[in-house]
Design a protein around this ligand. Structure first.
Ligand code: ASP
Length: 360
């Protein structure tokens, strides 16, 4: 077993990694990583253009590839792709129909990054705007800032002609109301008798929290890279909570010299590890996209506090990474087995299995 396979970083392995090189104050010394390179699966076929996304992004990668085929800018292509999911009232993790915060208000996070200019834009905790990804692009293009939040983000969107609308669909409201009435026996909300929820509410239980997001990254035929992440974030969150999705380096990172990476899942664990930045740096150091995603999941797992581990010590939550290299190689990894991601590499849009750390 080498120093990395057991998921623990020895000091020597860490100092040989790109993160170690950064910690040691080195610049551009991402070479000489033989132990890392040795793990890579080489020879994966690669084509350009290519688009990858989270599993809810089949239509997204299809749209992005159509636009890339028409020579669209890769950022415009991925944003048009995720707009389909932002518009979908049945996807309760993004845009219209997203699950709300604990007060029943939908708050959205998004960021985007454009490889050729290395510019980025983001909005966090924005309300009433169904396409936060488009607002993020405008923050990038029409301000000298990277991130606008809350009320300021909404005012900026309205200044650019975005219309406010209530994003809480009736279906999402009912899901939220069920949560409100059943997640605690220590408040005054009571579920209707007929669905058995009153009984359930009496038993102390861990309520299943819902995450969900869409991330899409693409490389065009000229090897230019872009990405976007957009979400309504963690369901029933404390109002004002910002996840990883609008944070450059966490929910998304793009470097036109290397590739792009993005994330869905437990945002707090991603924020604590700057995972997308790390994935891109590991690819720069020679890791394949899949290996870079797996290595970063090991880092997250190692840093996970006891409260969030199962009885076997494994990180007990969902987290997935998606990565594409500028030469068209792509990959994805999930903490837990059974996950999929969407990809289109010129043949057809399809779901593929994510690599994983833990088998269910
Ligand atoms: N990462 C998102 C967040 O933490 C949610 C998700 O992807 O499921 O807000």
């Amino acid at each position: 077993m080498n120093e990395l396979q057991d998921g623990r970083w020895t000091r020597r392995a860490f100092m040989q990694s790109s993160a170690g090189a950064l910690a040691a104050g080195a610049t551009a010394q991402f070479v000489g990583n033989a132990p890392l390179l040795a793990e890579d699966k080489m020879g994966q076929k690669n084509r350009l253009p290519v688009a990858i996304a989270s599993a809810n992004g089949i239509k997204t990668v299809e749209k992005a590839m159509t636009l890339l085929g028409q020579k669209a800018d890769p950022l415009d292509a991925v944003i048009a792709g995720v707009n389909i999911v932002e518009d979908d009232p049945d996807d309760h993790s993004v845009g219209l129909g997203g699950l709300p915060n604990e007060d029943g208000v939908v708050e959205l996070d998004s960021c985007c990054m454009h490889g050729p200019t290395h510019k980025a834009g983001a909005v966090a905790a924005i309300r009433n705007i169904r396409h936060p990804s488009r607002v993020a692009r405008l923050v990038m293009q029409r301000t000298d800032h990277v991130l606008l939040v809350g009320e300021g983000a909404l005012r900026f969107a309205k200044a650019h002609g975005f219309k406010e609308e209530n994003l809480l669909t009736d279906k999402a409201r009912k899901i939220w109301l069920h949560w409100k009435e059943t997640h605690s026996a220590h408040d005054d909300w009571v579920a209707p008798e007929e669905d058995g929820a009153q009984k359930a509410a009496k038993a102390p239980q861990a309520f299943e929290r819902t995450w969900g997001t869409i991330n899409c990254c693409a490389v065009d035929a000229s090897s230019n890279v872009a990405g976007v992440t957009t979400t309504s974030g963690l369901a029933y969150k404390i109002p004002g909570r910002v996840g990883d999705s609008p944070i450059i380096g966490a929910g998304l990172y793009v470097d036109n010299e290397v590739g792009a990476a993005g994330s869905t899942g437990r945002g707090e664990s991603n924020l604590q590890n700057c995972s997308s930045f790390l994935i891109v740096e590991l690819m720069r150091a020679g890791k394949s996209p899949e290996q870079a995603c797996l290595e970063t999941l090991r880092r997250v797992a190692d840093h996970t506090e006891p409260r969030l581990r199962d009885k076997d010590g494994r990180a007990d939550f969902g987290l997935k990474f998606y990565a594409v290299a500028k030469d068209g190689r792509y990959g994805s990894a999930s903490l837990w087995s059974g996950a999929k991601f969407a990809v289109h590499d010129g043949t057809k849009a399809r779901l593929e299995d994510c690599a994983y750390l833990y088998k269910r």
